[in-house]
Design a binder for this molecule. Structure first.
Ligand code: GAL
Length: 444
C-alpha cells in the first residue's frame, strides 16, 4: 500500500513548471527576447506548426495555478526565472517589471504554504547573448554570474531552495550539437565549448548563491536515463557505457572533482582544448542535493556514427509498445536503476527527483479526465522511490512534471504532461484524475 508517511515527514512533494513553457506574454512589460522566442517564431520549427501564443498563461494566471498546487496538498513549488524578463538584453540594464513579477510569484507561494524553489536557468537564453556567442563563448561565465548574483541577492531573503541549471545535457546536446532545439547550432566543436562553459557556470552560479543567500539549499537538475545495451556483446556493452557517460555522468562528475568521463570515451579529451588554468578545480561544487530528472530508458548498440560516441539508440517504437505521445518508452521501473547508479558516488548526499512525468492523449469527457495511465506511472515511480529508500538511498523529494499542461518545446502543445488539463484557447484548467489522486494521497 502506498502511504505518504512512508516517505518521511520532511519529504518534498512538488510540481515543476518552467518560465518559457508556462508564462506566455513574451512581448509584455519590457521582457527581452530569448532564443526560444526566436526559435518558436518560425512555425516550421514546431510540431503541427503550433504557435506558442500565451502558452498556459502563467504570467497572468499565476495566482490561480499556485492555488491549484496548494489544493493538491503539495508542499513545494518549483518554477524557473526568465532571464530576459529580468535582464532584457541578458546583462546590464534591469527590468523592474520583470523583477516584480517574480516577487509576486514567490509571495503567492509563501501565502499558500508552498515552499518556492527557483531554477535559475531553464533553457531560455537571452537572444542578445546568443548573438554574441551564447554558451559557446567563455564570456557567458560573466553574464551568467551577473544574472545569478542579481537574482540570488534579490530573492534570497525569501527563497532558500535554488537549482542552478535545468538539464545541462539536454540544452547543450539538443541545442548546440544536434541543432534540434534552440539555438539550433550543430557539431562537436560547438557542443564541447558550450558544455564546458555550462559546467563552469553550474559551479560558479552555485558559489554565488552560497555567498549571497543565508541558509540556502543548493542543487542542480541533471537529466538521466536508464541505459541498456541491446545484448551482452562486448561492443554493445561498451556502447551503453559511453551513452551512460554522456547522459548520466558528464555534468555530474566534474562537480565532484572527477573531471569529464573520458575513461570510457577517450575522444572526449578534445574538451581539454577549452580548459584554462584552474578550471578543473573551478568545476567543483559541493551541492546540497542533486536533482535527477528521469523520463525514459535508452537501449543502445555499437555504431560507427557518430564518432566519439560510437553508439546509436534502438528506436523505442521498434522494440516496445509502451510509448508516450512523444514516442519515448514509458519505463518507470528504470528509476531504481538510476538511483542505485547515483548512490555509488560518495559526494552525493541527497537526491531529489526534480522532474518526472508522462504525456498521453487526455480526453475530456463530461468535464472529467480519467488519466489512469498517468496515475499508474506516478504510483509506480513512488514505489520505486520507496524501494530505494529502504535500501538506504537518501531521496527526499518527488516533483512531478508538470502541474498544468504546457508548451512542450519543439513538440508544441500536443504532449500533455500535467496533473491539470489546460484548454489552450480559453485557459480553463481541469484537474485530472491523477491530480485528484495526489490531492487525496497527500491530504494532511
Ligand atoms: C524535461 C524538461 C522539461 C520538459 C520535460 C518533458 O527534459 O526539463 O522542460 O519539457 O522534459 O519532456
Amino acid at each position: 500500500m502506498l502511504n505518504k508517511e512512508k516517505f518521511g515527514s520532511n519529504f518534498k512533494w512538488g510540481t515543476t513548471i518552467c518560465a518559457f513553457q508556462n508564462e506566455g506574454w513574451a512581448n509584455s512589460d519590457n521582457k527581452g527576447q530569448s532564443i526560444w522566442d526566436a526559435f518558436t517564431s518560425d512555425a516550421k520549427n514546431i510540431k503541427n506548426n503550433d504557435a506558442i501564443n500565451n502558452a498556459s498563461n502563467f504570467y497572468k494566471d499565476y495566482e490561480k495555478d499556485i492555488r491549484i498546487a496548494r489544493s493538491l496538498n503539495l508542499n513545494t513549488f518549483r518554477f524557473s526565472l526568465s532571464w530576459t524578463r529580468i535582464f532584457p538584453d541578458g546583462k546590464g540594464e534591469i527590468n523592474p517589471e520583470g523583477v516584480k513579477f517574480y516577487h509576486k510569484v514567490i509571495d503567492c507561494c509563501i501565502e499558500n504554504n508552498l515552499e518556492p524553489w527557483i531554477t535559475l536557468y531553464h533553457w531560455d537564453l537571452p537572444k542578445k547573448l546568443e548573438e554574441l556567442g551564447g554558451w559557446t563563448t567563455r564570456s557567458i561565465i560573466n553574464w551568467f554570474s551577473e544574472y545569478a548574483n542579481f537574482c540570488s541577492n534579490e530573492y534570497g531573503e525569501k527563497v532558500k531552495h535554488w537549482i542552478v541549471l535545468n538539464e545541462p545535457m539536454s540544452f547543450t546536446g539538443l541545442g548546440y550539437f544536434m541543432g534540434y532545439h534552440a539555438p539550433a547550432k550543430t557539431g562537436i566543436s560547438n557542443f564541447l565549448k558550450a558544455a564546458h562553459h555550462t559546467a563552469l557556470c553550474n559551479a560558479d552560479g552555485a558559489r554565488i548563491i552560497r555567498k549571497n543567500v543565508k541558509n540556502a539549499t543548493i542543487g542542480t537538475a541533471f537529466s538521466c536515463s536508464y541505459v541498456k545495451p541491446i545484448n551482452k556483446s562486448r561492443l554493445n556493452e561498451k556502447s551503453a557505457q559511453r551513452v551512460e557517460a554522456m547522459l548520466n555522468r558528464f555534468y555530474l562528475e566534474p562537480t565532484l572533482g572527477l573531471g569529464y568521463p573520458t575513461d570510457v570515451m577517450p575522444g572526449l579529451n578534445m574538451i581539454n582544448r577549452c580548459f584554462k588554468d584552474g578550471d578543473l578545480e573551478r568545476l567543483k561544487f559541493d551541492f546540497d542535493f542533486i536533482g535527477i530528472q528521469y523520463y525514459f530508458r535508452v537501449v543502445t548498440k555499437f555504431s560507427l556514427f557518430p564518432p566519439v560516441l560510437f553508439a546509436s539508440e534502438i528506436e523505442p517504437k521498434k522494440r516496445t509498445r509502451n510509448l508516450n505521445t512523444m514516442g519515448l518508452e514509458v519505463y518507470p521501473q528504470g528509476l531504481s536503476k538510476v538511483l542505485q547508479f547515483y548512490n555509488q558516488y560518495d559526494g552525493i548526499k541527497n537526491i531529489i527527483i526534480t522532474e518526472s512525468g508522462v504525456c498521453y492523449d487526455d480526453h475530456l469527457t463530461n468535464g472529467k479526465i480519467y488519466d489512469i495511465k498517468r496515475l499508474r506511472y506516478h504510483r509506480r515511480m513512488l514505489k520505486e522511490i520507496l524501494k530505494c529508500k529502504k535500501k538506504g538511498i537518501n531521496i527526499t523529494g518527488y516533483f512531478i512534471w508538470t502541474l498544468i499542461d504546457n508548451f512542450e518545446w519543439r513538440e508544441g502543445f500536443e504532449p500533455r504532461f500535467g496533473l491539470v488539463h489546460n484548454n489552450f484557447e480559453t485557459q480553463e484548467r481541469t484537474i485530472k484524475y491523477s491530480g485528484l489522486w495526489f490531492r487525496k494521497f497527500l491530504r494532511i
